[in-house]
Design a protein around this ligand. Structure first.
Ligand code: C5P
Length: 261
């Protein structure tokens, strides 16, 4: 496989504020079928990584208790449920998911403006009642999809065009950010500025296997492009030494952040 060349350097004046440290910007995807396996990996990473992602595989197996358990061990949680249903159902799902205590929650931008607005409203109501809802992230085009996959579902635009279209629409509905491939991060920053949180999966250190990911980049390239958070699964979870793999990604992120300053 070939990892794409670093995407064009992002205009530093648009860099997201806050200057998060690498360990605050790396989200490790705990894609495991059981709580025991997820916790074993999380325990190896504790101290080096701050964020973990609970996705559909783990959540459907272990539910809110695994979110609470990981929180109890000091991790911040990205709950990647990719909600996509009618507005009323998604608003209810946001209320239920808020009880899990996640900091970030995903929903599909393709669900459309009414669904996105209903989700944003549900989160605002929770906040107005003194609760602590997750920040909502709209998934644009899955990083496993390329132009041929988009054409197969009736989308004639290129992945980048479709990402921008969905991204603009979702931000106008009030979500806090977007999930996109690292290939689109610089383009989104140029078009949408530094306000959106841009969360990029499809990260592969140079020389590692692409697996089912099609639109990808190295950790350094994704940071240079202006990503707020990187989501990394198998390059860490399936490494012979997951802690060493995570630390090497963190080092690459740090040096990309330094050279971007
Ligand atoms: O193992 P890998 O690094 O490919 O994992 C990437 C993670 O990011 C997976 O958990 C996947 O569900 C998630 N993801 C993605 N593409 C998106 C949104 C989320 O790969 N557009």
């Amino acid at each position: 496989m070939s990892v794409p060349k670093p995407s064009e350097t992002f205009d530093a004046s648009l860099r997201p504020a806050g200057g998060r440290s690498p360990s605050d910007s790396l989200i490790v995807a705990l894609d495991f079928p059981s709580a025991a396996e997820a916790l074993a990996l999380a325990d190896q990473l504790a101290g080096s990584c701050r964020w973990v992602k609970v996705g559909l595989e783990l959540y459907l197996a272990a539910g809110n208790p695994i979110v609470a358990e990981l929180k109890g061990r000091g991790f911040s949680i990205f709950l990647d449920l990719k909600l996509h249903d009618i507005p009323n159902t998604v608003a209810g799902a946001v209320r239920s998911a808020a009880q899990a205590g996640a900091s970030l929650l995903t929903l599909h931008a393709a669900g459309g403006p009414a669904m996105l607005r209903a989700a944003v409203e549900a989160a605002s109501e929770i906040a107005a009642q003194g609760g602590n809802p997750p920040q909502l992230l709209a998934v644009t085009v899955l990083t496993s999809m390329d132009a041929a996959e988009l054409a197969a579902i009736g989308v004639a635009q290129s992945p980048a065009e479709q990402v921008l279209r969905l991204g603009r629409m979702a931000m106008a509905c009030g979500v806090a950010g977007l999930v996109c491939s690292p290939e689109e991060v610089a383009m989104l920053r140029q078009n949408l500025g530094n306000k959106p949180l841009l969360v990029a999966p499809g990260i592969r250190p140079a020389g590692s296997a692409a697996q089912d990911q099609k639109r990808l980049a190295t950790p350094g390239a994704a940071i240079t492009a202006g990503a707020s958070y990187l989501v990394v699964g198998r390059p860490i979870t399936q490494a012979a030494n997951p802690l060493r793999a995570a630390q090497s990604i963190l080092l690459e992120m740090e040096s990309a952040q330094k050279s971007a300053r």
